[in-house]
Design a binder for this molecule. Structure first.
Ligand code: PMT
Length: 433
């Protein structure tokens, strides 16, 4: 089956009898993994109701150029300072017009912007595809054919039409392609992602270990590295679940994000989510120790010293690697000294497939050709905890692969690529073995 995992399809429905097939089209696009939002022209609403498309897409249907529902409902990345047609155009990975009437094709050619659908087609930066549907004579008209030539030259993808009997009783060219054919063609509009069809579970951020009702211990992890990895894995076509400790970051786009507090919460959430996971990536800076008991009331200031007793937290990464059929296991190792030796020990001790060694504190000073400046005036290095940039060196059982220093999102994409290479190699050696 075609895969459209994480893809956002804006389905524009124009006035034509083939509009009756659009509920089935929406259902098939969603089964292939896409998120679908529908925009209908006034004429389309004579053939199928917005309520039907709302029910099958699970989202309200947009019809009004001057409405404001999209600006309320879409992710903020799409709606920042945007009007309805701009918000929808920004949201969509592809705009698919099905059925596309002869009139709508003509309006597209002329760049009309007199209703919501025509306006958003002008505003969309991504691919635009049309599935023409009309009577065979209308299809054969030189006007229609020259409109199609213009659209094709502008890069619009023309899907169909098919041949056969038509609703008007005639037989010939002009039928809208069937929903299953349109779904497969839509998948072909996207480059295949490196992690297409894979389930990825990622931990990120710090944990918070309570001491009493108002105090606790935590660390400097901001979550930036883990959130960037979650976004990069989703961009590569994976279904991503992110289990995050307390951070100030917003949930990454297209990622299912679960918030937890302590190491124990994170451990329990990971084990609830682990079934069916192909790749596990532990980026979280999980507390290794927690107070042995949490005081029921705020601890009072009494003597000169306060002693707290700590106990070990569960090792989440090691516990997943110890499962009977573990996923591909990726760990991180934040080290202030002996970067490679410590990271390699974690690779072996925790039975991992890959470790991303991350120099933190002053470790970067002795780390290869690291020359990035420190964050000006902030007194902290521009790698590791909190910073927007980072440096990683990858270790597996065959050797080491240093990644070039860069922003966390750029490094995350490189790391996803390295993981995908290894996972695909393991899958194909299992097939041939
Ligand atoms: O969040 P940022 O500000 O962007 O910073 C990113 C980062 C520096 C936190 C990140 O790049 C990083 O290096 N994360 C690992 C931090 C760490 O504490 O590593 P560790 O050496 O303590 O743990 C090794 C591995 O075991 C890690 O994958 C960790 O998630 C995992 N672990 C550790 C302890 C524990 N109880 N359970 C675990 O799963």
């Amino acid at each position: 089956m075609a895969t459209l995992t994480n893809k956002r399809i804006l389905l524009g429905v124009t006035g034509g009898i083939a509009a009756y097939k659009t509920p089935d089209l929406v259902r098939r696009l969603r089964e292939a993994g896409a998120e679908v939002r529908c925009v209908m022209t006034r004429a389309a609403r004579e053939f199928v109701t917005p309520l039907t498309l709302h029910a099958v897409s699970d989202h309200p249907v947009y019809t009004d150029l001057f409405g404001a529902s999209a600006t309320r409902e879409l992710p903020t990345t799409s709606t920042d300072n945007a009007m309805e047609h701009i918000a929808l155009a920004r949201w969509a990975d592809v705009v698919l017009i099905a059925p596309a009437s002869a009139d709508f094709l003509a309006r597209l050619v002329h760049g009309r912007a007199d209703d919501l659908l025509a306006s958003l087609c002008l505003a969309a930066a991504g691919p635009l595809a049309v599935a023409p549907a009309m009577n065979r004579q209308m299809w054969a008209q030189p006007a229609t054919q020259s409109n199609l030539t213009v659209l094709r030259e502008r890069g619009v993808r023309i899907l169909g039409p098919g041949d056969g009997s038509q609703a008007c009783g005639e037989t010939g060219s002009g039928r809208m392609l069937e929903p299953h054919e349109l779904t497969a063609l839509c998948a072909g509009l996207f480059e295949t992602g490196e992690l297409d069809g894979l389930n990825v579970l990622i931990t990120a951020g710090p944990t918070w270990e309570a001491i009493d009702p108002v105090r606790g211990i935590t660390n400097r992890s901001s979550g930036k590295m883990g959130y960037a990895l979650a976004a990069a894995a989703a961009e590569a076509g994976a279904r991503v679940t992110l289990i995050s400790g307390p951070t100030a970051l917003s949930d990454p786009d297209r990622v299912r994000t679960l918030r937890v507090t302590s190491a124990q919460d994170m451990h329990d959430a990971v084990h609830r989510e682990i079934s069916g996971i192909h790749i596990f990536i532990g980026v979280a800076a999980v507390a290794d120790y927690r107070p042995s008991r949490i005081a029921a009331h705020k601890i009072k200031k009494t003597g000169e010293h306060l002693n707290l007793e700590f106990e070990r937290t569960p090792d989440i990464l090691a516990s997943v690697a110890a499962l009977p059929h573990p996923p591909f296991m990726v760990g991180f190792a934040a080290e202030t000294e002996n970067l490679e030796a410590n990271a390699r020990a974690k690779l072996l001790d925790k039975k991992l497939d890959l470790v991303a060694a991350n120099p933190v504190g002053d470790a970067g000073a002795g780390f290869g050709d690291w020359t990035e400046p420190r964050a000006v005036g902030q007194g902290r290095p521009a790698y590791g905890f909190e910073s927007d940039t980072n440096r990683l060196i990858l270790l597996d059982r065959t050797g080491t692969t240093p990644l070039p220093a860069g922003t966390k999102p750029a490094l995350a994409r490189l790391l996803v690529h390295e993981i995908a290479l290894r996972v695909r190699a393991a899958q194909s050696s299992r097939r041939t073995g």
